[in-house]
Design a protein around this ligand. Structure first.
Ligand SMILES: [Fe+2]
Length: 314
C-alpha cells in the first residue's frame, strides 16, 4: 500500500490496497493515521458492492445511520444514496443541459451535537462530465488567517442552522430532491451554537468552523456585524489555493475527515446520471455544539426517530 500527496490543495492518493478483502490490523491503523494526517484520502481501483463498502468503511470507525431517512438504502441502511435521479432512479430528470444536484460548501451533520467524524463516497454510476466533489481543508484556511483575525475570532460562537441552510437550498434551482423536499420543511434540527474555532480532537490543530451552508450568525455579534464576519471568512476559505475539485475515475473511494474538511457537489447535467453511495463514520466527540434550546432539541430528536421508523422501520 502506498500514499502519494496530490499536487492539489489538499488530500493524498492511496494505491495498492483491496478494500473488498479483509484489512489487517496494521493496514487499518496505517489508513486511519493517514486520514488524520491528510484529511482526505483518494483510494484508487476499488470494486466494492454495498456490503463490501460497509465493511471497508468500518476500518475508519463505527458506522452511523444517517438521520435523513428518505436517502437511506432500504437493504443496507448504513448506505446513504446520492443519486441525481432520486434514490430509486425514477425521479424525472431535469432539462438535459440543466445542472442538477449541486450542493453548496458544507460539513455533514453540522446540525447535530456530535457530527460524524468521516464520510466515505464510492461512485456506482459516473456521468461523463460534472459530478465532482469539492474539498477545502479548514485547518489550512485557519492557518492562513492574519494574526489579527485569529485574535478577533477566538472564543466566538457560530450558529449552525438547518433552517438557514434549507432556506438557501430552496433558492438554488440546481438542487433537486424527491422525498427530501418534504422532509426539509419539517422542523427537525434546531439551531446549535459551535465554537467558531475548535481544536481537532485527533491532531490538535485549529479548525475554522464556518461554512456557507450552515453558518447563519455569530452569537456574540448580533445582526449585520456577525453576518459580515461570516461572509468574510467564507470568502477567505474559498480562495482558489484552498479548493480541490475531485473528478472521479471508476473505482475511486473518497474518504474525508468531516471535522476538518468542508465539501461541495458540482452537480450533474440532467442528461446524465450520477449515483454514489456514502457511508458515515460516527463521531463520538462533541465539538462544542451546544443546543441553544435543549427542549427544542429533545422534541426534534423524537420527530427524527418517528420519521426513520416510518421510512425504514428502525
Ligand atoms: Fe455532504
Amino acid at each position: 500500500m502506498e500514499l502519494k500527496r496530490l499536487p492539489v490543495a489538499c488530500g493524498a492518493e492511496v494505491t495498492g490496497v483491496d478494500g473488498s478483502a479483509p484489512i489487517g490490523l496494521e493496514l487499518g491503523q496505517q489508513l486511519r493515521d493517514w486520514l488524520v494526517e491528510h484529511g482526505l484520502l483518494i483510494v484508487r481501483g476499488q470494486t466494492l458492492d454495498k456490503k463490501a463498502q460497509v465493511e471497508f468503511s468500518k476500518v475508519f470507525g463505527e458506522l452511523a445511520i444517517h438521520p435523513l431517512a428518505h436517502q437511506i438504502d432500504p437493504e443496507q441502511p448504513e448506505l446513504l444514496i446520492l443519486d441525481s435521479h432520486g434514490r430509486d432512479g425514477t425521479m424525472e430528470p431535469p432539462e438535459p443541459e440543466q445542472v442538477a444536484a449541486s450542493i453548496d460548501w458544507h460539513t455533514d451533520l453540522a446540525y447535530v451535537t456530535t457530527p460524524n467524524y468521516a464520510g466515505l463516497l464510492h461512485p456506482v454510476i459516473l456521468p461523463p462530465e460534472g459530478g465532482k466533489t469539492g474539498f477545502v481543508d479548514r485547518q489550512a484556511t485557519y492557518d492562513a488567517l492574519s494574526p489579527a483575525m485569529k485574535a478577533r475570532i477566538e472564543g466566538l460562537t457560530v450558529v449552525q442552522s438547518w433552517r438557514h441552510s434549507m432556506e438557501t437550498i430552496s433558492k438554488n434551482p440546481a438542487f433537486r430532491s424527491d422525498e427530501g423536499a418534504k422532509v426539509m420543511n419539517l422542523d427537525l434540527f434546531p439551531d446549535l451554537g459551535y465554537p467558531l474555532v475548535f481544536e481537532h480532537p485527533f491532531n490538535g490543530r485549529k479548525v475554522l468552523n464556518v461554512t456557507a451552508m450552515w453558518s447563519s450568525a455569530i452569537v456574540e455579534l448580533p445582526g449585520e456585524e456577525g453576518e459580515k464576519l461570516i461572509a468574510e471568512l467564507v470568502a477567505h476559505s474559498l480562495q482558489p489555493q484552498f479548493v480541490y475539485w475531485h473528478e472521479y475515475t471508476p473505482g475511486d473511494v473518497v474518504i474525508w475527515d468531516n471535522y476538518r474538511m468542508m465539501h461541495a457537489a458540482s452537480g450533474t447535467k440532467g442528461k446524465y446520471r450520477r449515483r454514489v453511495y456514502r457511508t458515515t463514520i460516527d463521531g463520538k466527540v462533541q465539538l462544542g455544539g451546544l443546543p441553544l434550546d435543549a427542549a427544542e432539541v429533545a422534541a426534534a430528536q423524537e420527530r427524527i426517530a418517528a420519521l426513520r421508523k416510518e421510512k425504514v422501520g428502525i
